[in-house]
Every structure is written in structure tokens, then in C-alpha cells.
Write a protein that binds this ligand. Structure first.
Ligand code: NAP
Length: 372
């Protein structure tokens, strides 16, 4: 098996647990046994890492919402054991119980008593500091590893894209290994979400203060177990990275929503409008995939067609003035692509820029009623 050849200096990282010692990061040769997956993690930072993930990984989810429940189902489908889960409200607990079966725990104290190897915290970002502090306090007073059967440290992973891994400092102070584990994927419902880890990218940020890299190693192996593609993300870039994800995902939906309203306003039947323009959207994404974001661009700006842009502006001024500022801002952002492409004369790009900047609506592109 490919993953069995050990590289110098690094042995297998085992995610699984149990008093057999399978929880520990070991430096022993891998012993082949049934029901064990051997995963080879990325050649990463010049170091070969071999991770083994066995079915004895046990975990708990704090915040079994859209992502937390999706991840729980996905891990369970790969043989890991969900020991417990929580939600924030009675309604959230009922929802999570419907998704996951069983009874939701009352809170982190109950989960800590179950002594899982891994805690996944998937609560809304604003609740993360309080949840991490609460979990850290409870881990600090939990039974020592010798009693629970743990040999490796407890691992705590949060799933927020924009939040520093250092929010987990209270858990680290209690001896846990910490990491941020952000799937670059969208999860709207666990029934579909559990399948969305396959081939998804996962941004892993270990805690800088935990120099032994065990957080990164664990995160890479966990992502591999889910069939995902892990990569390391520096902690200080997480907010920028998450803003990029908002462009790629959230604002794409925003654009399609406003395109739909404009299509309907221009005469497409409301019930069919989406299905009528979706082929255009899908082909555009296909083009982005095959040609890249610079060369996939088509349309009047890419042709330098100032007359058509002027007609767009006139039509929006008349029928959808609330979208005029957004249109202008996106047009100006599009000129950056044309500059990169290098096919259009710079004076033509400057002319288009003047056209798009001309109106005073641009001074506040989002004050045109969108946020009202
Ligand atoms: N959904 C995605 O596509 C996605 C993708 C990548 C990363 N993420 C990240 O995953 C995290 C969760 O997002 P989500 O979309 O899954 O949110 P969500 O569907 O709202 O789920 C959040 C869960 O946390 C629970 N919760 C809230 N406060 C809590 C507390 N104090 N203690 C325990 N549980 C609490 C909520 O319960 P109640 O409903 O009862 O309040 C709910 O079960 C966020 O950090 C988000 O950035 C989400």
C-alpha cells in the first residue's frame, strides 16, 4: 500500500482513540490491520507526513447546525463515532436530533464527561469565544488522560473561516491541541452537506504557540479522512481569506438574485426566469474552470463597447436605480481584469473607467437602496 512507506523522521499520526493507544501520535512503523485506512497527507513544507485514520476516532460536536451536523454525518459515514452533540437552543437541539438521531447533550460538561478525542466547535462566529472559554474551563477540570484512556491530547477544532485559532486559547491552556478547520464549501443542509467534503478544500491553521505541529498534522489527516483537500492557511490571513470566500460564494448568489429580478423586470416569466438564465451561469463557471478568471471574461466591457455600457446605465437609471451603483462598482472592478489581460489599449480602458465613474451614484455604491 502506497501510504505504508515511512519517510525518514516521521511516523504515522493516528486520529483514532481508545485505551489501546491508537490515539497517540506514534513513531512506530505502521502495522497493517483490517478496517484501517492509511492516508498519505500532502507533501507539505518539505516534510513527508503519513497519517493513519482508524475507525476508532471518537468525536463530539458543539453546535450541530448546518456544518456541524454535516461533518458529524460525514465522519460517521467513514467509521468515526459521534459520542455527543449540542446546539444553542431547544429548537436547535430538536433539529440536530432529527439530523443525527439520539439525544442532544445539555451542554459541554456532558460532552467532556464522554471524553472524545476530538471536539468540533461549529457555532456562529460571535459565540465562539464564549464556547471556547466554557469548554476550556471544563477540560481543565476533566479527568486526566490516564483515567479516560487517552494517550494523545484532546483535540479542539473550530470551523470558522475568519476567526483566529487563538480563540481556542482556553482549550490549549487546558492541554488540548487546537486548530482551525474551515471547509471551503457551502453547507445548507446536512442531508446534502455530508457529501460535500469530498474534494472540498479545507483551510487548516494550527496554533502558532503549539510548535510541535500536531494541530496541523491532525487537521490534515482529518480532512483526508473526509476525502477533502487540506491546505495550510496563516492565521493572520484568515479574515482576508474569508472575504475571498464571500466573493466566491455569497456574493455570487447576490449577483444571481439581482440578475433574476432584472430579467423578470425585463419580461422573462417569473417562474421560469431562473431556469432560463442558469445555463448562462453554468457555462460561465465552466469557462472560469477551463480558461481561468482572466480569460473567461466576455461581454461589452471586454470588447470596449462603450455605447452598450451607456445603454445599460440608462436602463438601470430608469428601471432599477437601486442597482446602478453596484453595476458601476462591478464594472470598474472588471476593468482590472482587462488590464491584466493586456489585450485592450490602456486609453480605451481609461475611457471605460471614466464612463463607469461619471455619476455621483458611485460615491456610495451601496447606498442606492440595497441595504435599506
Ligand atoms: N454552513 C456553511 O456553509 C459553513 C461553511 C464553512 C464554515 N462554516 C462555519 O461553521 C460555523 C457554523 O456555521 P453554520 O452555518 O453551521 O451555522 P448554523 O447552521 O447556525 O449552526 C450553528 C449551530 O451552533 C449552535 N449554537 C449556537 N450557539 C451555541 C452555543 N453557545 N453552544 C452550543 N451551540 C450553539 C446553533 O444552535 P441553535 O440553532 O439552537 O442556536 C446551531 O446548532 C461558523 O463558524 C461558520 O463560519 C459554515
Amino acid at each position: 500500500m502506497r501510504g505504508l512507506s515511512l519517510d525518514a523522521g516521521t511516523g504515522p499520526l493516528t486520529l483514532g482513540g481508545g485505551s489501546s493507544g491508537a490515539r497517540s501520535v506514534t513513531h512506530r512503523p505502521v502495522v497493517e490491520r483490517s478496517r484501517v485506512w492509511y492516508l498519505r497527507a500532502e507533501l507539505e513544507q518539505g516534510r513527508h507526513l503519513i497519517a493513519t485514520v482508524d475507525t476508532s476516532l471518537d468525536f463530539a460536536v458543539i453546535g450541530a447546525g448546518r456544518l456541524g451536523a454535516s461533518m458529524a454525518l460525514a465522519l460517521r459515514a467513514r467509521g468515526a463515532s459521534l459520542l455527543g452533540f449540542t446546539a444553542g437552543s431547544p429548537a436547535g437541539r430538536t433539529r440536530a436530533e432529527t439530523w443525527l438521531g439520539g439525544r442532544a447533550s445539555d451542554g459541554p460538561a456532558e460532552l467532556v464527561a464522554l471524553a472524545p478525542r476530538l471536539f468540533v466547535i461549529a457555532v456562529p462566529d460571535q459565540n465562539l469565544p464564549a464556547v471556547a472559554a466554557d469548554l476550556g474551563a471544563r477540560l481543565a477540570t476533566s479527568p486526566p488522560a490516564a483515567v479516560t484512556g487517552h494517550i494523545g491530547p484532546t483535540v479542539v477544532a473550530h470551523t470558522s473561516g475568519a476567526t483566529s485559532v487563538e480563540v481556542l486559547a482556553p482549550c490549549m491552556q487546558a492541554g488540548a491541541t487546537a486548530l482551525a478547520f474551515h471547509p471551503l464549501q457551502t453547507f445548507s443542509d446536512p442531508s446534502t452537506g455530508s457529501g460535500r467534503f469530498t474534494e472540498a478544500a479545507v483551510a487548516i491553521t494550527p496554533a502558532a504557540s503549539q510548535a510541535d505541529r500536531s494541530g496541523a498534522d491532525f487537521g490534515f489527516a482529518l480532512a483526508r479522512l473526509l476525502g477533502a483537500r487540506p491546505f495550510l492557511l496563516p492565521d493572520h490571513k484568515r479574515s482576508l481569506y474569508h472575504a475571498a470566500a464571500a466573493f466566491a460564494c455569497n456574493y455570487l448568489v447576490t449577483l444571481e438574485h439581482h440578475a433574476e429580478t432584472l430579467f423578470v423586470e425585463s419580461g422573462l416569466p417569473r417562474e421560469q426566469a431562473l431556469s432560463l438564465f442558469l445555463p448562462l451561469v453554468k457555462t460561465t463557471l465552466d469557462n472560469v474552470a477551463t480558461l481561468g478568471t482572466v480569460h473567461a471574461l466576455t461581454g461589452p466591457l471586454s470588447r470596449g463597447d462603450a455605447d452598450t455600457i451607456n445603454r445599460h446605465l440608462d436602463a438601470l437609471r430608469t428601471d432599477a436605480p437601486h442597482l446602478l451603483g453596484v453595476y458601476r462598482a462591478l464594472g470598474l472592478a472588471t476593468l482590472a481584469i482587462l488590464r491584466l489581460r493586456g489585450e485592450m489599449d490602456p486609453p480605451m480602458i481609461d475611457e471605460l473607467s471614466s464612463l463607469l465613474s461619471a455619476s455621483d451614484e458611485l460615491s456610495s455604491p451601496l447606498s442606492d437602496g440595497l441595504g435599506a
